[in-house]
Design a binder for this molecule. Structure first.
Ligand code: PLP
Length: 397
């Protein structure tokens, strides 16, 4: 399988997001909420000078989410904030006093609200994050996973006292089964993907992820212009890509860095929509069997799609071999990253070194003056495969 790319014909220098559809982007209480959760710490920005030199770039910075909240991925930011906003909504329907992050942590407040069953479809990390949040609140969680999920990823979820339902098929089959069971049983879906009739919670999830990018204001995202030229973001349903794209677009407008969206080419729904669509999202033609499990999503989230479409510069589709190269590149530098976590790095390596992407790197004019930021979205979530991949020498250098 080959690397593929498409520049974005829909990109706007200054997207018009004045429509009420985009109002949710005005929320600003995410940082306050995340700081209130035990174990909060800004995740590090790590420079990889050796790799930058090898690739002919000025600087490569990693926003390293491998250890966020001690649960191996950035996803806790989204699930916790979405559940907080859901509970706040429930509270406001019943009581006159305010619901704050302190209330979220207070068992007596939760008791007044009653009990809930939260459910979600996942390839691993999002389900773990929902289970982790529900467990903290002593609420029930039911998580739907494809039946070919790695045992370690299933165990990560059951460790949080959640029930796991294995569904024959893909992530999208899990989304459907989860929505059906929730409707039957009166459960609350905490889904990261938006589809017709289900738009609100995925907005909160995107807002939750935006904390990753707001934290960059203490380093490379100072007011005015960013100290960055190029940013690589992974996309499954597009939540974190939308969080990053909206952050850079709203903060810097036409001075934003070039934004690159990376997907496995086995589940490249954004690339497919950009290349072959008419401005609306399309289903991937891939088989959704990538080892980048968290990115095995057939269809863009309807909330993420217009943000990503309006603001990204370039879309990349990479085979699994490049994700493995990304894991090894990180490993060599002492950064732990799993298969999905390495996808944005896979995009950087492929863009800078693959024959298929020569035209893309030339058009971007990349060189020793270029400062790139790459999101490492995950630690080693499947330790057995992590051992296998990182035992091999770093390809292709
Ligand atoms: C490690 C990791 N990276 C990236 C993604 C993609 O995020 P999104 O589905 O918001 O596009 C996921 C999704 O589960 C993930 O687990």
């Amino acid at each position: 399988m080959k690397c593929e790319f498409s520049f974005n014909p829909y990109r706007k220098e200054s997207p018009d997001w004045s429509d009420s559809f985009f109002d949710f982007l005005k929320s600003s209480d995410m940082g306050e909420f995340h700081r209130s959760i035990d174990g909060y710490a800004e995740t590090p920005v790590v420079s990889l000078p050796k790799l930058a030199d090898e690739l002919g770039l000025g600087e490569i910075l990693i926003k390293n989410e491998a250890h966020r909240y001690g649960i191996n991925a950035f996803k806790g930011l989204g699930a916790s904030y979405a559940i907080y906003r859901f509970l706040k909504g429930q509270w406001q329907k019943k009581f006159d006093d305010a619901f704050s992050p302190a209330g979220f942590k207070d068992p007596a407040t939760m008791q007044r609200l009653g009990s809930f069953t939260f459910c979600a479809a996942t390839d691993g990390n999002h389900g773990k994050a929902v289970a982790w949040t529900a467990n903290k609140l002593k609420q029930r969680a039911v998580i739907y996973m494809p039946d070919n999920s790695a045992q370690a990823r299933i165990d990560n979820i059951t460790k949080e006292n959640a029930e796991v339902v294995l569904v024959p098929g893909t992530f999208d089959d899990c989304v459907e089964k989860c929505a059906g069971d929730a409707a039957k049983n009166g459960w609350q879906v905490i889904g990261d993907t938006a589809y017709p009739g289900y738009m609100e919670i995925p907005q909160y999830i995107i807002l939750g992820y935006s904390t990753i990018f707001r934290e960059l204001e203490s380093s490379v995202c100072k007011p005015g212009k960013p100290d960055l030229d190029l940013v690589f973001l992974p996309a499954g349903v597009g939540g974190v890509a939308a969080a990053g794209a909206s952050y850079f677009t709203l903060r810097y407008g036409k001075d934003r860095p070039k934004l690159v969206c990376v997907e496995p080419n086995e589940s490249d729904c954004f690339l497919e929509s950009i290349k072959n669509g008419n401005g609306d999202p399309l289903f991937t033609k891939g088989n959704q069997m990538s080892i980048m499990a968290g990115l095995n999503c057939g269809m863009p989230s309807l909330i993420a799609w217009p943000i990503v479409r309006d603001s990204m510069d370039l879309f990349l589709g990479v085979p699994d071999s490049w994700a493995e190269a990304g894991m090894r590149a990180y490993f060599r530098e002492g950064v732990v990253s799993g298969e999905s976590g390495s996808s944005a790095m896979a995009g950087l390596l492929a863009l800078m070194t693959s024959d298929e992407m020569r035209a893309a790197r030339e058009r971007l004019g990349l060189g020793r003056h270029t400062r790139a930021l790459v999101l490492n979205s995950e630690g080693a979530t499947d330790p057995v495969n992590y051992q296998r991949v990182t035992a091999e020498p770093f390809y292709p250098f």
